[in-house]
Design a protein around this ligand. Structure first.
Ligand code: SF4
Length: 65
C-alpha cells in the first residue's frame, strides 16, 4: 500500500512535536501545531506511520491507495 495523502487535524493536535521528530520531512510545527510539509512524499512510509502511531491524540490520518 502506498501513501496517497497525509493529514493533520489541527483541532486535535497538542503540539507535542513527536511526529516532527519521527518524520521530519513530513511534519513541521508552526505556532504550536503540526502541519504536513510540502514534499512529505520524500519521507519514508515507515517514518510517517511511526509518527502517526506516536501521536498521543490520534490527529494524523494516512490515506493509502
Ligand atoms: S504527534 Fe500529534 S499531537 Fe504531537 S505534534 Fe504531531 S500531530 Fe500534534
Amino acid at each position: 500500500m502506498k501513501i496517497k495523502e497525509v493529514k493533520v487535524d489541527q483541532n486535535l493536535c497538542i503540539g507535542c512535536g513527536s511526529c516532527e521528530a519521527f518524520a521530519p520531512k513530513a511534519f513541521e510545527l508552526r505556532d504550536g501545531k503540526s502541519f504536513v510539509k510540502e514534499g512529505w512524499e520524500n519521507e519514508s512510509e515507515e517514518n510517517i506511520k511511526t509518527a502517526q502511531g506516536s501521536c498521543p491524540v490520534s490527529a494524523i490520518t494516512i490515506i493509502e491507495e
